[in-house]
Design a binder for this molecule. Structure first.
Ligand code: DC
Length: 218
């Protein structure tokens, strides 16, 4: 049954969307598409090729040259594994800026809709319920306090061997929340018909259970 549906999950940085989507996808034999990773790849490409976001011609050329693919949890940009490089704090901050650009968003949304058209996908991001898959069978808005999210991200970085400072992460999360929810195009908002899950005091297992219950009801 689950392969005939799509699940859309939105929410702020570090709320656990990706982890939950991975677990739910595994349990329901669906495919998880981490749309944040796609925006991160664009940001990483621009930085590594020294392309100015405001140079629209260079940006369009870059968007045509970018090929993003996934193998399990690994993210490939033009066939190079960039899984670690796209998760640094610096790239996170820049991605939030890159994601405000209309050409970037148009390209990413088109790619995401193309992938999900056959159903069986779980997409997580900021505009999935509102723009990318407004007709998804299950729509969820995941939320958590900035403090809970900063603590989680700090632990995630350390476990991946990435150097991190808690206070910087916290401040960056607050700044990114502001940027993601106040931008002109597709700002982060809870879709009217999305179900809100506050994960601040829930374990991963508890959130997964709640999502699976929503899928069952759908
Ligand atoms: O989920 P994440 O932290 O990996 O997302 C990285 C950035 O990309 C974040 O600042 C918001 C942006 N983003 C977006 O604008 N739309 C999406 N669908 C996914 C991510």
């Amino acid at each position: 049954m689950s392969s005939a549906i799509n699940i859309a999950i939105d929410g702020p940085s570090g709320v656990g969307k990706s982890t939950i989507a991975d677990r739910v996808a595994e349990s329901l034999h669906m495919v998880h598409l981490d749309t944040g990773a796609m925006y991160r790849c664009v940001a990483y490409y621009l930085v590594s090729h020294q392309i100015d976001l405001s140079d629209s011609q260079a940006l369009d050329q870059a968007l045509d040259s970018i090929h993003i693919s996934f193998q399990g949890k690994q993210v490939f940009l033009n066939d190079v594994d960039v899984s670690k490089e796209i998760r640094t704090n610096e790239i996170s901050m820049f991605t939030s800026k890159v994601a405000t650009n209309p050409s970037v968003r148009k390209k990413m949304v088109t790619l995401q809709q193309e992938v999900a058209k056959d159903k069986g996908y779980i997409l997580d991001g900021r505009d999935i319920c509102t723009v990318v898959l407004p007709d998804a069978e299950v729509k969820i808005y995941m939320d958590a306090s900035a403090k809970a999210r900063a603590e989680r991200r700090y632990k995630e970085y350390i476990s991946q061997g990435i150097q991190a400072d808690y206070e910087t992460i916290y401040q960056d999360i607050v700044a990114r929340d502001y940027q993601d929810s106040h931008r002109e195009i597709s700002p982060l908002v809870q879709a009217k018909d999305a179900i809100r899950i506050d994960t601040s005091n829930l374990t991963i297992d508890e959130v997964v259970k709640e999502v699976l219950e929503l899928v069952r009801k759908a």
